[in-house]
Every structure is written in structure tokens, then in C-alpha cells.
Design a protein around this ligand. Structure first.
Ligand SMILES: NC(=O)c1ccc[n+]([C@@H]2O[C@H](COP(=O)([O-])OP(=O)(O)OC[C@H]3O[C@@H](n4cnc5c(N)ncnc54)[C@H](OP(=O)(O)O)[C@@H]3O)[C@@H](O)[C@H]2O)c1
Length: 299
């Protein structure tokens, strides 16, 4: 029999992922979100709306978390009505957000102390792959639990990797984001320098596409950054900065110098403090623009 799936965290990613669990997977679901109004469209599709995280875990066999950051996870887990209070033998908690290996190891211990099972399963891909069910999913934890929930992961993702013990998947996820977010900072510098030199945006993107820099990140984000100036959030900038911060803390722990990541992090901190945290992470380019947010050409 199919497990009952709990889902907590209906943000940019969670909405698409839950949609696929219900529509593609046909699972019975119990859901909770801090801002309750986001549950309504899923209630219409048959999801049971719980009044607390604890109720989700009590009614579900397996509960997925897709929350903003570790503060949000702690808020959802803790307290009298928190998810942890519903954990007992036979219950599984799967955290699919991006946190550090250290944080996930602590949550795993808290879940196991109560007799439950824990998997970390951070994802690669943004709003569109979440909606289309084509995420890449990295899973850490007991292999038999991974196998038990492989079908559930399959409703949300097209490529699913078992990475080993808890900590390995979150480390791999941080590596991907460290590189991706850092690349966009460097891309921004190049694009602004190009425009200010009088090279047209269109031409620059065409040249990039026909060079070794041709990659989905640049071809998806480039036109939004310098042609349409569309910074509607797919991956919010505040989360990108969080991931650089987490990558740097891992660098410190592992004694890996990360001067390039540190420089990119400074730019994203600046962007966040300019009020761009809720825009897409490509809005980092605005830190390099002048005044009205447009790139000016001085010729
Ligand atoms: N967006 C992406 O492209 C992407 C890609 C891969 C991984 N991720 C990671 O996936 C996670 C979710 O990302 P997202 O883009 O979906 O984030 P998001 O749109 O900001 O949604 C965050 C979710 O967390 C909840 N939340 C935030 N603070 C909370 C708190 N203090 N207590 C309880 N709930 C809280 C929000 O509830 P409300 O609705 O009440 O605000 C919402 O449900 C993050 O760890 C992110 O780094 C994101």
C-alpha cells in the first residue's frame, strides 16, 4: 500500500513538488504551511490540511520538509505542536531543503532518538523543474529507506542519486550552489563591463553561447539579466547568499581556502542589504548597475 505523505513548506519549490506528489504520484497527502492560505489550492486537489506540523507527522508515514533555511526547520520541528513531537517508530522525516551537513546530522539524531528515520534529500533545479517533476535529487541516509521512498522521489525528480550517509548529499548540494552562485557573480561583472564598453546585450549573449561558457545557467539567466530585466524569483537571492555562507563554513571546517566564494558572498550580502533578497539571485547584477537599475553605456 502507498504511504501517506506529509508535506511542510509550500514556497517556490514546495508548491511544484507537492503538485507532482499528488497529481503524478497519486499519494494521499497531509499538508501544513506557516502561511495557511497557500494550502487552499492543494485542499481542492484532495490534500488534508493539518493545523500543525505535529498533526502532519502523526497522520503521515513519511513527511517531507521544503523550508527556507535551518531557522525555519527548527521552528517546524520544535515545540509542543512541532513535527518532532509526532515522530515515533515507523515514521520517516525527509528534509529536501538546503542545509549544512552538521545541521542535518543533528536533526537525524533527534529523529532517531524518537525511534524514527531520517533522510536528507536536497535538490538541484529551480521553480520550473520543481513544477515539471524534473529535479535532480541527492539522497543521504540509510540505503533501505532510500529504496523505500525511491518511487516518491521519482514523482519529483528525473535523476536521483543515493550519496551515502547523512551529510554527503548536503555537502554535494552546497558544492553545486557554491559554484553556480559564484559563477553568476562573475557573469554579472562580465556582462556589465561588456555593456559599458558598448557591446550590445544580444551580441554578448550570442558570443557566450558560442564559447566554452555555453551552459544552461548563462543561457537561462542572461536574457533576464540584461535584456528583459526580469528578476522575478525562481531561486531567491537571500537563499543563494545563505548557501554561500554555508559553503564557506564548510570550507572553514574542511580547511579548504575559498577566497573566490568569499568575494562572491560579499557581493550577495551587498545585494541582500540593498533589498534584493526576495528577487531572483540573478539580481546580484544590480549591485554593479548605476542609480536607476539600468546599465548605462558611457560613450
Ligand atoms: N528556489 C530554488 O530555486 C531552490 C532550488 C533548490 C533548493 N532550494 C532550497 O529549497 C528550500 C526552499 O526554497 P524555496 O525557494 O521554495 O523557498 P521559499 O519560496 O522562500 O519558501 C520557503 C518556505 O519556508 C517557509 N518558512 C520560511 N521561514 C519560516 C519560518 N521561520 N517558520 C516556518 N516556515 C517558514 C515558508 O513559509 P511561508 O509561506 O509562510 O513564508 C515557505 O513555505 C531552501 O532551503 C532553498 O535554499 C531552492
Amino acid at each position: 500500500m502507498k504511504p501517506v505523505v506529509g508535506f511542510i513548506g509550500l514556497g517556490i519549490m514546495g508548491e511544484g513538488m507537492l503538485g507532482n506528489i499528488i497529481e503524478k504520484g497519486g499519494y494521499r497527502t497531509v499538508i501544513y504551511n506557516r502561511s495557511a492560505e497557500k494550502c487552499a489550492p492543494f485542499a481542492e486537489k484532495g490534500a488534508t490540511v493539518a493545523s500543525s506540523p505535529a498533526q502532519v507527522v502523526k497522520e503521515a508515514d513519511v513527511t517531507v520538509l521544503m523550508l527556507a533555511n535551518s531557522d525555519a526547520v527548527q521552528w517546524v520541528l520544535g515545540g509542543k505542536d512541532g513535527a518532532l513531537s509526532g515522530i515515533s517508530s515507523g515514521k520517516t522525516l525527509i528534509d529536501m531543503g538546503t542545509n549544512t551537513p552538521e545541521f542535518n546530522e543533528k536533526v537525524k539524531d533527534l529523529v532517531e532518538e524518537r525511534g524514527g528515520d531520517y533522510l536528507e534529500a536536497p535538490v538541484l533545479g529551480s521553480k520550473v523543474p520543481a513544477k515539471e517533476g524534473t529535479l535532480t535529487i541527492l539522497v543521504g541516509g540509510k540505503e533501505e529507506k532510500f529504496e523505500e521512498y525511491r518511487e516518491l522521489f521519482g514523482t519529483m525528480g528525473k535523476a536521483i542519486f543515493y550519496m551515502g550517509e547523512v551529510g554527503k548529499a548536503s555537502q554535494m548540494k552546497l558544492i553545486i550552489n557554491q559554484i553556480m552562485v559564484g559563477m553568476l557573480a562573475l557573469f554579472s561583472e562580465g556582462l556589465v563591463a561588456g555593456e559599458r564598453s558598448g557591446i550590445s546585450a544580444q551580441k554578448m549573449l550570442e558570443v557566450v553561447k558560442n564559447s566554452v561558457l555555453n551552459c544552461p545557467l548563462f543561457s537561462i539567466k542572461g536574457p533576464n539579466m540584461i535584456i528583459s530585466h526580469d528578476f522575478s524569483p525562481h531561486f531567491p537571492l537571500k537563499h543563494a547568499q545563505k548557501d554561500l555562507r554555508q559553503a564557506l563554513s564548510r570550507g572553514d571546517k574542511l580547511a579548504v581556502p575559498m577566497p573566490v566564494t568569499a568575494a562572491a558572498n560579499s557581493l550577495y550580502i551587498m545585494a541582500r542589504d540593498m533589498g534584493l533578497g526576495d528577487e531572483d539571485f540573478s539580481a546580484v547584477i544590480k549591485t554593479l548597475m548605476r542609480g536607476d537599475g539600468e546599465v548605462h553605456i558611457d560613450i
